[in-house]
Design a protein around this ligand. Structure first.
Ligand code: NAD
Length: 309
């Protein structure tokens, strides 16, 4: 994690790009939208954060405040820096609150129809020079961009979870993305202290193209009775030196997001090797989506996580 001096007031370097960014709109205040708001506000930008309900925004802001408090306790920056960053984040009740934004990042639920509706709704409210980005884990940037009024000004900006901790952001151009848009996005991401990996626009990009089939295979391993939740996670932590087991990681990502990415891979690449495991489908059908619903491959309702299988 960069020092506070590197995190605060980075708007200057963003202004050296083709377009200057100072105000950022974010759609979706879930784990990713709030994580993005966290790092963006801490880097000196003003943030308008939208969700379907005020309670979702309040929950997101609460999570940001707690995560910032942890960073303050680690000595990464001061309490005053935290308060200043939090004061930069406002609730955008409607898209009209994005009227002054230079960039709007969509980080709502991983569902293509829903994302199309969001971008269609945004068009009337944005200034002509505003850039649009999607934090989608898997959906075609070209297709999302084509449904907007500004495909040239549209880019994939794939942050990793948890955003305040993870250094990488994948940048994905749609077929129409202009160089100016790419340069502006690159400068903006670097101003957050993050590192970029450029991915071509194919289903699930780089990280999830590799990571999600591994997670899906772990669910098959569980489904076929090769191992228990505990055995599978222990095996991959101690045997492959992964910091988290694949099922623990699936719960962390959200099982709905995992399933959605597998469906995009399966349909987008027309290859049966990507078929989502029926057990993953069952957990999602049950509403057991992982940590965010307090139950998934582990039950998080007690003091410590307990495997559900
Ligand atoms: P989440 O379920 O935590 O949050 C999604 C939020 O979007 C919810 O608060 C929901 O109320 C809100 N929302 C839904 N429809 C909306 C609408 N029409 N307008 C405004 N808000 C709306 O999900 P998440 O994990 O934050 O994922 C969000 C996006 O980020 C997805 O596209 C996902 O694929 C992507 N992503 C997720 C991860 C991860 O590890 N979870 C990592 C990288 C990218």
């Amino acid at each position: 994690m960069p020092q506070a001096s590197k995190l605060i007031d980075k708007t200057k370097s963003a202004s050296m790009a083709a377009r200057s960014i100072s105000k950022v709109g974010i759609v979706g205040a879930g784990q990713m939208g709030s994580g993005i708001a966290h790092v963006v506000a801490l880097s000196g930008y003003t943030v308008e954060l939208n969700d379907l309900k005020r309670e979702s925004f309040d929950k997101g802001l609460d999570a940001i405040s707690q995560n910032m408090a942890r960073q303050v306790a680690k000595g990464l920056y001061s309490d005053a820096d935290k308060d200043t960053a939090l004061s930069r984040i406002s609730y955008a009740e409607t898209y009209a609150d994005f009227r002054d934004c230079d960039l709007v990042i969509e980080a709502a639920t991983e569902n293509e129809d829903l994302k199309h509706k969001i971008f269609a709704g945004l068009a009337a409210h944005l200034k002509p020079t505003a850039l649009l980005a999607s934090n989608t884990s898997s959906i075609s940037i070209t297709r999302l961009a084509a449904a907007t009024d500004r495909p040239e000004d549209f880019i994939g900006m794939h942050f990793m979870n948890p955003v305040p901790k993870m250094d990488l952001v994948e940048l994905i151009r749609g077929i129409a993305t202009e160089d100016e848009t790419f340069a502006t996005a690159r400068t903006f991401i670097e101003s957050l202290g993050k590192t970029i990996a450029v991915s071509e626009d194919f289903p699930a990009f780089i990280v999830n193209r590799i990571l999600l089939p591994m997670i899906n295979e772990a669910v098959y391993t569980l489904y076929e009775g090769v191992g228990t939740v505990d055995a599978i996670d222990k095996a991959m932590k101690l045997g492959a030196n992964h910091p988290m087991g694949p099922l623990e990681l699936a719960d962390f990502i959200g099982l709905d997001t995992c399933l959605s990415v597998m469906q995009v891979l399966y349909e987008g690449l027309s290859d049966t090797k990507y078929r989502p495991c029926p057990l993953l489908v069952k957990y999602v059908d049950a509403g057991w989506l992982g940590r965010k619903t307090r139950r998934g491959f582990y039950d998080y309702r007690g003091d410590k996580p307990v495997p559900t299988r």
